[in-house]
Design a protein around this ligand. Sequence first.
Ligand code: PLP
Length: 393
Amino acid sequence: MDAIDDSALMFVTQRPQVMFVRGEGSWLYDDAGRAYLDFVQGWAVNALGHSPAVLREALTAQATRVWNVSPAYYNEPMCRLATQLARLSGLERVFFANSGAEANEGAIKLARKWGALERRGAYEIVVFEGAFHGRTLATMSASGKPAWGGLFEPKVPGFVRVPHGDLARLERAMGPGTCAVMLEPIQGEAGVLPVPTAFLRDVRALTQRHGVLLILDEIQTGVGRTGRMFCYEHACIRPDILTLGKGLGGGVPLAALLAREEVSVFEVGDQGGTFNGNPLMSAVGCAVVETVSRPGFLEQVRANGACLAHRLRELARTLALGEVRGQGLLVALDLLRPIGGEVVSAALERGLLVNAPRPASLRFMPALNVSRAEIDTMIERLAASIAAVRGIP
Ligand code: PLP
């Protein structure tokens, strides 16, 4: 294969020398026709796998009607998707965005506006160590990735950081200047670190007691990923503000900011964006949400998630690896040694795509409709990849 000419691309990350040209379900194909089993799926984005018929049909049908009418006008798919999400979440108002970071940026702005109006100018948001909320300046400031400590200073002020899962420190960090607490129910980028459901319930109770907002970032965990439409359902709570992205668009750029009616305090000019709520992306979002809401779909996600975790635990026992954790089809395996990057490369050579969010852990986020046979194939290829890295023939 000729070397890929990336000389015109701004360097932001190291990519392997593979050019993907086609995808179908759980499989990607390179320009030499080689197949790769994809357990990354665009970082948990392709909820229904690559190019599923239901999304191709929604996209092409909408493409023949209208693509963009400007967010200053109504369009039918935007209104339909907002209604679907409001009904499913119980949060009455929806604003559409193009990326998770943009939805979170909107959540931060909404909480600050609410604090200005309802809590005597309170603007501080309590966030957690290890959190990942995106790559805009405010969302990087809200994130707790250790490597970002000194980057792009000065950061946006107003974020108070506490240790992940520490309720006592959270309570101590809250005061008259606090308008919200913001967290991911499972810290995906930090290596799939869930908080116990009891912790989520405690945070909900604490925020209610202090009269501040609870913002849940479900960019990674939302839209069926954990076996419920929204991860917070496992804890039987509801946030005041919710952000969705990734799987919501099934692979197209679509994200959403949802809020309770009383918290939806934006006024004209506060929030907007050229592409927001465009009919093309919204039509795809409607088809994703309709599919994930079909009877039996989420049961299947839970069953396949349990199967994936079980097979990974068997592998961990056989190969003396570490913990398997996660929920639904967002699962991590600890490798106990910092060989994640090497395993990812060895897996690519064997036609398997997995991701190492941390040097010593792997993350699995297949299509929500992945099959048992594909899970079996993944385990076989992963076992061979780990053995190769360890020098076992
Ligand atoms: N929040 C969480 C929890 C995420 O996992 C991500 C992306 O990985 C983001 C926000 C940012 O989303 P995007 O990359 O679409 O801006």
